[in-house]
Design a protein around this ligand. Sequence first.
Ligand code: DAH
Length: 343
Amino acid sequence: MEQLLKQIGQHKKEINASTAATKDELEAFRIKYLGTRGLVKTIMGEMKNVATENKREAGQLLNEFKIFTEAKFEELKSTLGGDAVEEAGTIDYTLPGDELPLGTRHPISIVQNKIMSIFQTLGFAVAEGPEIEDDWHNFSALNLPENHPARDMQDTFYLNENPAWLLRTHTSSVQIREMQKGKLPLRIICPGRVYRNETISARAHCFFNQVEGLYIAENVSFADLKQTLYFFVQEMFGQDVKVRFRPSYFPFTEPSAEMDISCLICGGSGCSVCKKTGWVEILGCGMVHPKVLDNCGIDSNKYTGFAFGMGVERIAMLNYQIKDLRLFSENDTRFLSQFKAAF
Ligand code: DAH
């Protein structure tokens, strides 16, 4: 008991002489004396060694010591004041928090999601494939055999180590992979990034995104293709937009077409975006070439199908009236944060 008295006396002296000039020093004081492993707690633990007849007195003593130490802490704290106190363990939880900036969806994702959801309402399922492709899936199976001049329609990145591999130039390669699975009828859309060795400019990039579509069943006709794409355009751009189909050439479709919509910028009267024609091309399409079906083991006498492919950046540029495609890949948040996803 006497020893305890002596101990407490010494500690009190020490505590009395303590100062705290900074919030760190104040926190050090708190930890040293009032923390879970601090002196007050440790000394309280001594109670168990005190003889029963002295317990009452010792209890009072220890309690007083605790109150003394807490009072000193409060005193030190009040002399420090302000911000320092907050950080020393007494945060004011009623203060409003700092606002965290929320990210926004990328405009290309917004547009791609919208394209996909329109086709999904028509029963198209989403299918994906690899960005590094082999020559067969990207070209040969799509009726573009080696040395076919139409291979030059797209400038391809080949892999240095093995030129049999390449970065896919279109998501048409996913068509092939899905057709090979042999489950018919087949109704899919294939979104994804594609690569072409093009000089980067306001209108071209060495990578961009496409959405490819494919429908294969019995008795699929060009009328089905037109109706599907017409529905898409109206959902995407509104009821007033006009469409037209122009004959075109793709090795993997026969007949082939390109679809234009009336210019959304000038409403068809002619501007720089539509090069004064009133129309802008948005996609390529056609009836799947029988050779392509055969290449994938599908009976071209029994089944027919249509396919189409569109560039997501092109649609986004029209949708948001953006004139420079490079903005999409420069990661400038001042540009990117302007787009709000509707879903
Ligand atoms: N693959 C073509 C391209 O990248 C787009 C395309 C055109 C896809 C016609 C098709 C299609 O499925 O039928 O330019």
